[in-house]
Design a protein around this ligand. Structure first.
Ligand SMILES: [Zn+2]
Ligand SMILES: [Zn+2]
Length: 367
């Protein structure tokens, strides 16, 4: 399997291949800025690649997901880069402890500044800032409740929560999954995509012009009540956009790792990243090792394929395959991709039935 995929405006690279520590390097082809999903070993990334990182999305802090932290800060601290971290509850304190484990007397007062967004099970986020100026004290920056109430998105689809802007053109949402501990799954969304409805504009006697770009800029900035002039006539941006623009936010990459196969987890994943273009998903075990997967709260090749088909994912990328398959990781991948090809052809009801059957087998296993 190719370990770098290009999808629309982004490039997605499995830093340690399919069997090494979990880490995905995601680079925007527009801005050149990069994000990391998880912090497994980073030594194969160049200094230049590490300097492009603006945001780090940590699923949880099991050793193999967090051991690259030191490599990242070593490459970036001298450049006064303000890094943003997202992760489960408690990750801000863990980052604070990491930073306090080193001596920092030789640097400028404002040299290191980090922002950390923690997401909890209910979908609420708590943000912190910390820096070397005061010995990495945690400063609360604000709390956001989940923007979806249970009435708009009933459980188990909720909660999900907006976390942060990854780059100027992307944003990230996350949701906590059950891995015995919280493990956050993430969705990386691109900037808005617009389609100009030529026929509608003609019906309204609106001639195409620079106002279309202006209108798109207002909508991208969530400004719906500004006034915009078209051929001398003033329109409210929200009303005009509703008439002549179709727009959507592309769900470019979903990152799911370390979770139990359960309806609650599957529902949360679906609520966050239905129709995602690329799903990068852990595949710790082959389909015959359901017992171990369940006991360790991981997924099998078949379970991953069921989730991907249920999401109607465009592509499935398997990774984080257990070292027990080191002689032939591709066998596990092929197995999962074959299942995915089969399940993708089924309708949603049939996929749900397959999921129910698999869940029955999972529930019979002692954890
Ligand atoms: Zn793991
Ligand atoms: Zn884990």
């Amino acid at each position: 399997m190719n370990e770098t995929i290009t999808q629309n405006t982004i490039e997605c690279h499995l830093v340690n291949g399919v069997g090494g520590d979990p880490c995905v390097y995601l680079r925007s082809l527009h801005s050149g800025e990069a994000c990391l999903f998880d912090l497994g070993t980073l030594t194969s990334l160049s200094h230049k690649q590490l300097l492009k990182v603006t945001t780090v999305m940590i699923s949880h802090t099991h050793l193999d997901h967090f051991i690259g932290f030191d490599t990242l800060i070593r490459a970036t601290f001298s450049h006064k880069k303000e890094l943003c971290f997202c992760g489960p509850k408690g990750v801000a304190t863990q980052i604070q402890h990491k930073m306090r484990g080193f001596t920092w007397n030789l640097i400028d007062d404002d040299q290191i500044r980090y922002v950390v967004h923690e997401i909890d099970k209910e979908g609420c986020t708590q943000s912190f800032s910390l820096g070397n100026i005061d010995g990495f004290e945690l400063h609360k920056r604000g709390r956001k409740d989940s923007f979806l109430s249970s009435s708009t998105c009933p459980l188990p689809m909720a909660p999900q929560s907006f976390i942060t802007d990854a780059t100027k053109e992307a944003r990230i949402e996350g949701v906590c999954l059950d891995h015995g501990i919280d493990s956050v799954a993430y969705l990386y969304q691109g900037g808005l995509r617009f389609v100009f409805k030529t026929d509608e504009a003609a019906r309204l006697n609106l001639r195409p012009g620079p106002w279309i770009t202006e209108l798109q800029q207002y909508i991208s900035a969530n400004q719906y009540s500004e006034l915009i002039s078209v051929d001398g006539e003033y329109w409210q941006t929200g009303e005009l956009a509703a008439e002549v623009l179709k727009y959507s936010t592309p769900r470019l990459v979903g990152y799911v790792t370390d979770c139990l196969f359960s309806w609650n987890n599957i529902g949360r994943i679906k609520g966050l990243m239905d129709h995602v273009e690329v799903l990068v998903c852990e595949t710790n075990y082959d389909c015959d090792t359901r017992d171990k997967a369940t006991q360790n709260k991981h997924l099998t090749s078949k379970q991953v394929a069921l989730i991907a088909a249920y999401l109607k994912a465009g592509k499935l990328v398997n990774f984080h395959i257990s070292k027990i398959y080191h002689e032939d990781y591709n066998a596990v991948i092929t197995q999962s991709q074959d299942f995915f090809a089969t399940f993708s052809k089924m309708d949603e009801v049939a996929v749900k039935e397959e999921i129910e059957q698999e869940l029955k087998l999972v529930s019979g296993i002692k954890s």
